[in-house]
Write a protein that binds this ligand. Structure first.
Ligand code: NI
Length: 166
């Protein structure tokens, strides 16, 4: 396992659309492990392929609760319900936070690392994290969706208490 370099806000790779993964081989498994490790290093809740410079449809999420760690291949939102206004951040924008509107509930279909189909019914924070990471696979960033006037820029010398980074 290894920590991968993160890509940051003006990196054009963050704007590109990721490709579907056709074969879950050892390289993809290694990528998944590295992404999980990299996310943990920076205390993130989620990370998507493009954020480590890989334009493949893979995301990792960890809400640091039992049963709330996921590695998903080719995830697709198949259903949404309701909306929630939430505070959001992103590991690619380490000092920016803002309010965005996300679905309150989502159903996501994907493959796990064994290539098995999984269906996740999520609400609240997990629904938010899934939508944020799947947006990354389409080149969409949370800053595109921030409600006017809510974007905060945190002083980099005083960011020990940042939260909700994805
Ligand atoms: Ni993000």
């Amino acid at each position: 396992m290894a920590i991968r370099n993160l890509r940051y806000e003006d990196d054009e790779i963050l704007r590109k659309k990721s490709r579907e993964i056709e074969v879950i081989d050892d390289k993809i498994k290694e990528l998944a492990n590295d992404m999980m490790e990299t996310m943990h290093k920076w205390d993130g809740l989620g990370l998507a392929g493009p954020q480590v410079g890989v334009l493949k449809r893979i995301i990792v999420i960890d809400l640091y609760e039992e049963g709330m760690q996921f590695t998903l291949i080719n995830p697709v939102v198949v259903k949404t319900k309701g909306t929630q206004e939430v505070e959001e951040g992103c590991l690619s924008f380490p000092n920016k936070f803002g309010k965005v509107e996300r679905p309150k509930e989502v159903t996501v279909e994907a493959l796990d690392l064994d290539g098995k189909k999984v269906k996740i019914k999520a609400k609240d924070l997990l629904a938010q994290a899934l939508c944020h990471e799947i947006d990354h696979l389409n080149g969409v960033l949370f800053t595109d969706k921030v409600k006017e006037g809510t974007l905060e820029i945190v002083n980099p010398n005083n960011n020990n208490d940042v939260k909700g980074k994805k």
